[in-house]
Write a protein that binds this ligand. Structure first.
Ligand SMILES: [Zn+2]
Length: 460
């Protein structure tokens, strides 16, 4: 008799589990159908890219993007939408040019180059100096001070192409952009040229953030990036003989911070409204291209999550927020403002998710959280498989949400899309709407909505 009861109980448990799985996978399908058929994200991205364009923090374009974001957020059907203030730096590019002269004879030729973000320019004057090339910091250390003094140092460090996960290549190379001016100035250099942090087989230079390290040098020398093709030819000529450069740029960091905003939209929770799940991307971009993959894609994907939840008639237990963060690229002031506000209002955040790795086909979900919480999501991995999601191995949330972890120990997750093309376009004039595929973009929202539904339903 006892044995029969155990058997019946096991059968009922089996039925409950498989029914649960079946209804979960049906919900996953409903989410996917809704977004693949009716998403507004691609059209939203078109409007952002084509009517606002690039939008560096503090600029009039960034202010225009906030206005656009507030309107687009309201159109998702969110219960409430508000602007959250933050004060951001405003780095201004202005005109710039780089000319190179190979050998002793012949004249200067203009090449395509971009000043690095936050860098001080030449005050519009011409800075003419010989170039010295090094391939790494290790080699730089071996060069004598007198060979560096008065020179423009060309850090010819290549983005390693043999990482399959390209973010590893970026992580490996990015210090040459970030730290080279102070490193070189400390030894008497007058300027820096770098090979772009780029996988591109092309000549698009990449901009991106650099910073001056007062502890290393008090001199703020200019820094410019070359596309891979120009860097290849400069490398060739530097090996063959003397090369001189004429740098001219107007860029500078404006002395005053500018008032800007995060755009926040919210669906109030039906059972536990005090518990909050956040998903976001960043609204600011570098001042080239259209900020399409980085990170217009993440903004429109996050808003699409709210629209899909509303359209499907889902009544989430927790409060769900979409956030368009300001100033990810050179300050993270929006991310800090969001965490500060959460802290001062004693909000209870269950999970914060970021989508800031491009609007390419999603492949996985990264985590920055305790193992048991991670497992609470990974045990549902079979549900994600039909949507191409298999990689749960990455440890990453995102820059905008990182203060949530630092200040409030909120568990973080990050969307992990296919990364083969990201560093071809990111931070370049090539990061435009036309280089985003509408299906790939939508699939990102599918996975974000599925993840949020899962965590809202089963908790962490
Ligand atoms: Zn980004």
């Amino acid at each position: 008799m006892k044995k029969h009861i155990i058997l019946i109980n096991s059968y009922l448990l089996f039925c409950a589990v498989s029914f649960g799985q079946q209804s979960d996978s049906l919900m996953f399908r409903r989410i996917s159908d809704e977004i693949l058929l009716h998403a507004q994200s691609y059209n939203n991205l078109r409007v952002l890219c084509k009517t606002v364009g690039h939008r560096i923090s503090g600029s009039p374009e960034a202010a225009k993007a906030v206005t656009w974001g507030e309107k687009a957020m309201k159109a998702t059907g969110a219960d409430s939408v508000w602007l959250q203030p933050c004060d951001v730096p405003y780095w201004y590019r202005g005109k710039e040019s780089l000319m190179l002269k190979y050998g002793k004879k012949g004249g200067y030729k203009k090449v395509t180059a971009l000043s690095l973000g936050n860098s001080q320019g030449t005050d519009g004057k011409i800075l003419e100096a010989p170039i010295i090339m090094v391939s790494s910091y290790e080699e730089f250390k071996t060069i004598k001070d007198e060979d560096i003094k008065g020179k423009i140092v060309f850090f010819n460090y290549r983005f390693k192409q043999n990482f399959v996960f390209t973010f590893q290549g970026y992580g490996d190379a990015v210090k040459y952009r970030w730290a080279s001016p102070s490193t070189a100035a400390a030894r008497g250099a007058v300027g820096v040229i770098i090979r772009s942090m780029s996988t591109g087989e092309d000549d698009y230079p990449h901009t991106g953030g650099m910073h001056y390290m007062d502890t290393v040098s008090d001199k703020k020398i200019p820094e410019m990036a070359l596309g891979n093709y120009t860097a290849d030819s400069l490398e060739k000529y530097c090996k063959a003989g003397p090369v001189t450069a004429k740098m001219q740029s107007e860029c500078y960091m404006k002395p005053k911070k500018v008032r800007s905003y995060n755009v926040v939209g919210e669906i109030k929770g039906s059972e536990k409204p005090e518990r909050i799940i956040t998903v976001g991307g960043h609204l600011d971009s570098w001042d080239v291209g259209e900020g399409a993959q980085d990170d217009g894609a993440g903004c429109v994907q996050s808003m699409e999550v709210l629209r899909a939840i509303k359209a499907l008639g889902i009544k989430p237990k927790c409060t769900i927020r979409a956030v368009l963060f300001m100033n990810e690229e050179n300050g993270d002031k929006g991310g800090e403002a969001y965490a500060d506000s959460a802290k001062s209002r004693k909000e209870n955040h269950v999970l914060a998710i970021e989508t800031d790795a491009g609007g390419f086909s999603p492949r996985g979900i990264g985590f920055e959280m305790d193992g048991d919480k991670k497992q609470a999501i990974i045990r549902h991995k079979d549900l994600f498989l039909p949507y191409g999601i298999y990689d749960f191995s990455r440890e990453e949330g995102g820059t905008d949400i990182s203060p949530m972890k630092a200040e409030l120990n909120v568990p973080l997750a990050g969307l992990v899309p296919d990364c083969q093309r990201y560093f071809d376009v990111h931070h370049t004039n090539n990061d435009i709407f036309e280089n985003v595929n509408h299906r790939e973009l939508k699939l990102g929202s599918v996975v974000l909505t599925q993840l949020i539904w899962l965590v809202d339903t089963y908790g962490l």
